[in-house]
Design a protein around this ligand. Sequence first.
Ligand code: ZN
Length: 461
Amino acid sequence: MVWLTAVLAVVGGSTGQSPATRRSERLALADVTVIDGTGAPPRPHRTVLVSDSRIVAIHDARTWRPPEQTRVIHSRGRYLIPGLWDMHVHLSMGEASLLPVFLAQGVTAVRDLGGDFSAVRAWQQEIAAGTRIGPRIYTAGRILESPRFLEILARLASALEPPFRDQLHAIRAERIPVGDADQAEQAVRELALQGVACIKFRSNTTAEIFSAIVAAANRVRLPVAGHSPQGISLSEAATAGQKSFEHVFMSPEEATLPLAEVDRFADALKRAQGFLVPTLVTFHATRLMAAELMDQRLKALSQTNEACGRAVPARLADAWRLHRLLDQFEQPQDWVAVYQGAVERLRRLHRAGVQFLAGTDFGARFVCPGSGLHEELERLVAEIGLTPGEALQAATRNAAQFFGEEQRSGTIEVGKLADMVLLETNPLDDIRNTRRIAAVIAAGVYYDRSALQRLLTRSHP
Ligand SMILES: [Zn+2]
């Protein structure tokens, strides 16, 4: 109840309406240029009607007359894009207070790839019920992990002092050890019963375990997201049905993968309609940032962090400090060379016509909620060679396709969920224009610029 009052104070703002009334509000975005996410050219002079959290009509603005009881948002000169999805986050490494920050920056949905499931599920339900403000959450629940990796974590934990030791043990406890095919089957079934939206594996030890995870996920119709699997080639994994490949090529071994194998992977991934999730921002923040700068920024976390535009909550700051501490256990690498190899291969896959998803790996150090996604979009264009339109699709239509939800969300079409971002300038001219947000519509609820500003700056319980 305390929370609900806070929501009313924030959302009600200028109009004094409760979220429930706003939810059913009829809204018209009048005379806007629609970039619908399907790949169609921009359509100027459209009026998009929203009712009951859906897009119910798209009219020619020049002949349209506002119906009764419709709030008209005059949007001439502005651009309407589908709501953005961050397809790789670990929400529970942050705090509930960061959820509105995603929304304030146009991120209306996230794919949570594992962490503290009970916390994430509670937020998911509260957001769906309208009692908490944040992006729609699709979660993998807990991460499947090889027992060998969990043993390494235990050993690392014992080498650390508290509180880092306890933090690492907590991370271990959130993961599901999968040491054979039976455990894989059981873990997937358990997660499916808990209502997860996809399965995430981080490490597997054998081809047999990988196959068991994918087969079990196929049976319960859940898409599989994972790091590059062990014991099986990337092209075999794509053919077997792994739907998204996270941080692919970002390791010393993968960054030198022979180009013939990269091409086989491209063919297999296109046939299987799978996706690449390079999470370029996290590589920049984790691997390419100078050590002195990292330490300097870690010291400044309690003050307003320039990149995040607000102070980093203690829980997230502790996670970032732990990550930095773990650097000492790693072999030194020439990360610039790794990155060059990875980028060369990702560019090749893009030229071959493979589809991408935009994800940040929020939770990882120095990756900020919301703004991280805009940076990822910019890097997908500048570094991998996506067109601005393709980058937008990597954060909209493709995201819905990953979940098999393209009939329901991901584009601006009649009948789709009304998740949209109103921009001041054309993102197809320059992808950095996705940052110039005039308003956000999340499940049909309209947040004007001052409401977004309040979401950005106020802290929430
Ligand atoms: Zn991750």
